[in-house]
Ligand binder design. Structure first.
Ligand code: GLU
Length: 497
């Protein structure tokens, strides 16, 4: 049997280090066994998926040196590899399940569903919530659908017994069927949910081993049941341990930068980042800490995966990256790597419009542009004092702008400008007063190259990290503040819609 694995990211934001981690393990499993590794884009969430995010995922994985045999960019025999282009396939399989009674139409409106949930909770019920339409006769269901009543298609789930999930790494996991909800498979707009699309695609693409994050364990019973309904052989399941923040919570961008782009811009070597991700759940037989992708591949063995909650610790990553730089790069490779990172012609050309109007001689360039090559700014609370603003106001400006910028669908100077100007007006602050904290957070000085262009060039992740660093330098947002400010922010934004 040829081993076929895949990574199936949803293109709904920045490329996450977790995607690279899962991709790395799937890649190793396939390649170690002479199989194929596939990139599939799971973009069924039309509202949140973007082409820009898909492109960033492709660029980030390439930068890391992970290559796929089949994917949306290079095609392959089991394509298309973008779920948004496979709508007819899912509709056909949903219809098949409906036809043979493994699925049913559910005509609950969102309001009715919310009401049912409330009653379910109030009654102290512990099991999954069932739809009253599960027992509707086929004739009644057909005629309601024909009359134009909107519906979703849900899968039938047994209400008795347990589902045994066989996890390659964890052994048998038992989940009671009454805890598994009658999952929506096809939404009212005809789009599939993750569960249907994922199972259908894994089968049609011949995936033999599914390695994914442990957060998907609870979905496994639904998937296994779908395989059974379709009469298909399920793939081997391996749920990898989740990457965690230092406090052991799930790795989140609130506590750690999670975008691969951030690590690229910070100047980590792709080899070192990949090495670090490999070490998150796996170790070399001789326990050596430094290894290349080829070495990992050579020694790769599923049995060496450990299930402890791996902590993604940037201090440790710094150490590993430094070791790579010092021990693996000779002077030529060092020079090439730095040039590729930032000091290349293309990058310099991007910066020229920012400095051309100001520069008199080349020796002025480094002070003008140094902060582009820097990481976080060396800030102190004293440097973050601004005329007309209390510390509390400044912290709120940073917190609100982080939320506003996070929600921006595209990262360019015009969008950043429109968003920040809008926020200043909403917060009832003069633009000049509002923007002063940005120069300090982003460039570490009170004036710099034009702010919005500068932010566009620095990239979203670096700007986010610097704004958060400025906020933390004054005082990190407490959990309570986070909740209260977010509410105030949402109300403020809603009032100006
Ligand atoms: N689209 C899912 C994700 O982004 C894929 C999960 C899976 O591998 O099944 O995590």
């Amino acid at each position: 049997m040829t081993i076929r694995t895949r990574v199936a990211p949803s293109p709904t934001g920045d490329p996450h280090v977790g995607t690279a981690y899962v991709a790395l393990f799937n890649y190793c499993l396939a390649k170690k066994n002479g199989g194929q590794f596939i990139l599939r884009i799971e973009d069924t969430d039309r509202a949140r998926s973007t082409k820009a995010s898909e492109q960033m995922i492709i660029d980030a994985l390439r930068w890391l040196g992970i290559e796929w045999d089949e994917g949306p960019d290079c095609g392959g025999p089991a394509g298309p590899y973008r779920q948004s282009e496979r709508g007819d396939i899912y509709a056909k399989y949903a219809a098949e399940l409906l036809e043979n009674g493994h699925a049913f139409r559910c005509f609950l409106t969102n309001e009715q569903l919310a009401q049912l949930r409330k009653e379910h909770q109030a009654a102290g019920a512990t099991g999954a919530l069932d739809s009253p339409y599960a027992s509707m006769s086929r004739e009644e269901s057909d005629s309601l659908a024909e009359s134009g009543t909107p519906f979703v298609i849900r899968m039938r789930v047994p209400r008795e017994g347990v589902c045994t999930v066989n996890d390659e790494l964890r052994g048998e996991i038992e989940i009671a069927w009454d805890q598994v909800d009658m999952q929506v498979l096809l939404k009212s707009d005809g789009m599939p949910t993750y569960h249907l699309a994922n199972v259908v695609d894994d089968h049609l693409m011949g995936i033999t081993h599914v390695m994914r994050g442990e957060e998907w364990i609870s979905s496994a019973p639904k998937h296994l049941l779908l395989y059974q309904y379709f009469g298909w052989e399920p793939p081997v399941l391996c749920h990898l341990p989740l990457l965690r923040n230092a406090d052991r919570s799930k790795l989140s961008k609130r506590k750690n930068p999670t975008s691969i782009m951030y690590y690229q811009r910070m100047g980590y070597l792709p080899e070192a980042l990949l090495n670090y991700l490999g070490r998150m759940a796996w170790s070399m037989p001789d326990e050596s800490e430094m290894f290349s992708l080829d070495t990992m591949l050579e020694h790769f063995d599923l049995k060496r995966i450990s299930l402890g909650g791996p902590i993604f610790d940037t201090t440790k990553l710094d150490w590993l990256n430094g070791t790579w730089i010092r021990e693996e790069l000779d002077d030529d490779a060092f020079a090439d790597s730095v040039a590729e990172w930032a000091l290349n012609r293309e990058n310099l050309k991007r910066l020229i419009p920012l400095v051309r109007p100001r520069v008199n001689k080349w020796s002025e360039l480094a002070p003008m542009l140094g902060f582009f090559l820097d990481g976080l700014m060396p800030l102190t609370p004293e440097k973050l004092q601004f005329k007309g603003l209390e510390d509390g106001d400044v912290r709120k400006i940073y917190a609100y702008s982080l939320w506003t910028l996070d929600a921006l669908p595209s990262w360019d100077s015009d969008s950043i400008q429109a968003a920040l100007r809008g926020l200043a007006t909403t917060m009832d602050l003069k633009l000049r007063v509002f923007l002063a904290p940005f120069f300090m957070a982003i460039a570490g000085k009170s004036s710099s190259t034009p702010l919005f262009n500068t932010m566009a060039l620095l990239g979203k992740d670096m700007c986010r990290a610097r704004l958060r660093h400025a906020l933390d330098t004054l005082k990190p947002m407490s959990g309570k503040e986070q909740g209260r400010w977010r509410k105030e922010y949402d109300a403020l934004m809603a009032s100006c819609d």
